[in-house]
Design a protein around this ligand. Structure first.
Ligand SMILES: C[S@@+](CC[C@H](N)C(=O)[O-])C[C@H]1O[C@@H](n2cnc3c(N)ncnc32)[C@H](O)[C@@H]1O
Length: 299
């Protein structure tokens, strides 16, 4: 994958949703493999602050054993590793090898020896024998649960890997997040597409089920947790060209550019930035909900 700002015509490694709207594990892996470098460029603005907040709110302790699901490049897994210290351990699992490799490099740079980035599907992950029999002390997942197929069942299964009384923490987009930004991008893109984009409403439904404080609280409670706490991290990022375009390339929006010739992509970029200015979008709303809870004990 090229590291410059141009998405090339043969960028078909960026997966597009299938016609039935389902996105399968290998397609998710391909999408995040292709986006990894650009994704990570916005870590300091977007993923990093949320990951830090998640770890803080989860109240991790020295010695805890943590599973981080959909860890990406480690936005929450790395601060978790720092929180649990050398006597704790973090299993950071993801489908995308490119994202995982970036996480490994960061862990090495920070001399964090208690974190493993593992290529694995969260829907089938089993705790290895280094995890106490009762289960993980904490399960974290930042901006990832809504990618899981059959989200409720997959999340319920993950919760069973946590000991009774252990902690669960997730982040999810607030309902206002990225709304004007994405609309503006799609308005700039539309005239350049040979045919309209497929309807992705179904694909976005899981995220929309978690996008207010009430919804996230209700969902966590229904999953079998108690002492639920949901907070909103307000994050209004200055709408610089670097950020606006970088976030297209580093997010799911990237898939919409696959197959377009470089000069067309460049025109989309120019039109997008013009629309951002015309519409007076000075900031990009990346506001995020941070939800934590305790896993209800059995019996
Ligand atoms: C938006 S990224 C978030 C990454 C990271 N948690 C962060 O906040 O920067 C979502 C991640 O979930 C991963 N993912 C999606 N479905 C997954 C699955 N079934 N098992 C493991 N990882 C998955 C993707 O590969 C991607 O890296």
């Amino acid at each position: 994958m090229s590291s410059d700002d141009t998405v090339h015509a043969h960028d078909d490694d960026t997966a597009r949703p299938r016609e039935d709207g389902t996105v399968h594990a290998e397609e998710i892996a391909a999408t995040f493999d292709a986006a990894a470098e650009d994704f990570d460029r916005v870590t300091p603005d977007v993923w990093g602050p949320a990951g830090q907040c998640l770890v803080f709110q989860a109240g991790l302790r020295s010695g805890d054993t943590v599973l981080d699901v959909g860890s990406g490049t480690g936005a929450s897994a790395l601060p978790a590793a720092a929180a649990v210290g050398p006597t704790g351990q973090v299993h950071a699992i993801d489908l995308s090898d490119e994202m995982l490799e970036r996480g490994r490099v960061k862990a090495s740079e920070r001399a964090l020896l208690n974190i493993e980035f593992v290529s694995a599907d969260a829907t089938t992950w089993e705790a290895p024998s280094t995890v106490p029999e009762a289960g993980y002390d904490a399960l974290l997942s930042s901006y990832a649960v809504f990618f899981l197929p059959e989200m409720d069942e997959a999340f319920a299964r993950l919760l069973r890997l946590v000991r009774p009384g252990g902690t669960v923490g997730v982040t999810a987009w607030h309902e206002t997040a990225l709304r004007d930004y994405a609309t503006t991008f799609l308005d700039a893109l539309g005239p350049h597409l040979p045919q309209p984009l497929p309807d992705r409403t179904t694909e976005m439904e899981p995220a929309q089920r978690l996008d207010t404080q009430d919804k996230l609280r209700t969902w966590l409670t229904a999953a079998g947790t108690e002492a639920v706490e949901v907070r909103e991290l307000s994050n209004l990022i200055p709408a610089t060209e670097e950020f606006c375009w970088g976030f297209v390339l580093g997010s799911g929006l990237r898939a919409t550019l696959a197959g377009l010739a470089p000069d067309v992509v460049e025109q989309v970029r120019t039109d997008f930035m013009t629309l951002i200015t015309d519409r007076g979008l000075h900031t990009i709303d990346a506001s995020t909900l941070v939800g934590t809870a305790k896993v209800v004990g059995f019996g």
